[in-house]
Write a protein of this length. Structure first.
Length: 267
C-alpha cells in the first residue's frame, strides 16, 4: 500500500512553493511534470523531498531575518500567545508556527530586543549572541504583528457557556485520543508549547483548534480543527498545511479508531 512516507518527489510549477503532487520515483514525477508543462503552458519541475524542504524553509526563514525590533513589538509577541522555551536558546519562541517547523524567536541581548524567523527543530537557525554582534547598525524595525494584520484567527472568539465548555473539552479529548493512538508510531510527532492549551477559532467557518499544538506526519505539518457545534462522537479533522488545495479528512471513525484516511497516511 502506498503511504505518505513513500512519496519522495514533488512536482511543482516553477516559482511556486506549493507542490502540485508528490510521486514515489523521480521518473514518475518527471512524467507528470512534462504532462503539466505541456497541458498548462507553464513550466513544471521536480524536486526531491530534501530539495523541496530546503527551498520551502529558506523562503519562510527569509521573510523575517534577524533584526533589532522595537520594545512594543517585542512585548506584544511575548504576551499575544503563551511563549515556548527551549533549553540553551535565548529568549522565547512563538507557539504559532508559520509553516512546518518554522516559527519566530524573540530575545533580549545587552538590553535590546531582537527577532527572527527560525526552525525550532534546527538550533543552527536560532538567534545567538554571535549573530546579533554581526548585525549592521540600524534602527529597530517597527513591525506589525500578524494579529494586527488580522491574519491570526480568534481575536473575536467569545465563549458562551455551556456550549463552548463542551466544544473545547471535545477538541482536547480528540487530541488526547490522537496522542494515545499514535504514541508509538515514529512517523507522527505531536508538538506542544508546554503552556496552557490555547483554543482559537477560525472566524471564516467557526471551527476551533489549539493554536499551540502541532501535528506532524512524516515531514509534513497538518492543521487540525473541530467543526462548529459538531455532533460527531470524535469530530477531529486534519488537513495538510503545505498544500492549499489538500482535502480535509477525519482523524477518527465513529468508534474512535483511526480513520481509513489516517491509516493510509501512516501505512
Amino acid at each position: 500500500m502506498l503511504t505518505l512516507a513513500d512519496l519522495k518527489f514533488a512536482v511543482f510549477e516553477a516559482g511556486s512553493l506549493w507542490p502540485y503532487t508528490w510521486k514515489r520515483t523521480r521518473e514518475a514525477a518527471e512524467c507528470v511534470a512534462l504532462e503539466r508543462s505541456q497541458g498548462t503552458g507553464k513550466l513544471h519541475l521536480v524536486e526531491s523531498e530534501d530539495e523541496y524542504q530546503a527551498r520551502h524553509d529558506a523562503h519562510f526563514l527569509g521573510t523575517f531575518p534577524l533584526q533589532e525590533i522595537t520594545e512594543d513589538f517585542y512585548n506584544e509577541m511575548l504576551n499575544v500567545l503563551p511563549p515556548m522555551y527551549r533549553q540553551g536558546a535565548l529568549g522565547f519562541f512563538m507557539c504559532e508556527f508559520t509553516a512546518g517547523t518554522i516559527t519566530s524567536q524573540f530575545a533580549r541581548y545587552e538590553g535590546k530586543p531582537y527577532g527572527a524567523a527560525v526552525d525550532i527543530c534546527n538550533a543552527e537557525t536560532w538567534i545567538t549572541p554571535e549573530k546579533i554582534k554581526a548585525l549592521p547598525v540600524a534602527e529597530p524595525a517597527n513591525m506589525v504583528s500578524k494579529r494586527k494584520r488580522g491574519r491570526m484567527m480568534g481575536a473575536n472568539y467569545q465563549r458562551v457557556i455551556p456550549r463552548d465548555l463542551f466544544n473545547e473539552a471535545d477538541l482536547l479529548k480528540c487530541l488526547g485520543r490522537l496522542y494515545l493512538l499514535t504514541e508509538y508510531r515514529p512517523s507522527v510527532r505531536l508538538l506542544h508549547s508546554g503552556s496552557a492549551f490555547n483554543i482559537m477559532q477560525n472566524e471564516s467557518d467557526g471551527s476551533i483548534y489549539c493554536g499551540n499544538f502541532c501535528v506532524i506526519i512524516g515531514s509534513r505539518v497538518f492543521d487540525h480543527f473541530r467543526p462548529l457545534n459538531s455532533r460527531e462522537p470524535w469530530p477531529l479533522w486534519l488537513r495538510m498545511r503545505s498544500d492549499p488545495d489538500a482535502e480535509e479528512f477525519r482523524a477518527f471513525d465513529d468508534g474512535g479508531a483511526m480513520s481509513d484516511e489516517l491509516l493510509e497516511l501512516l501505512g
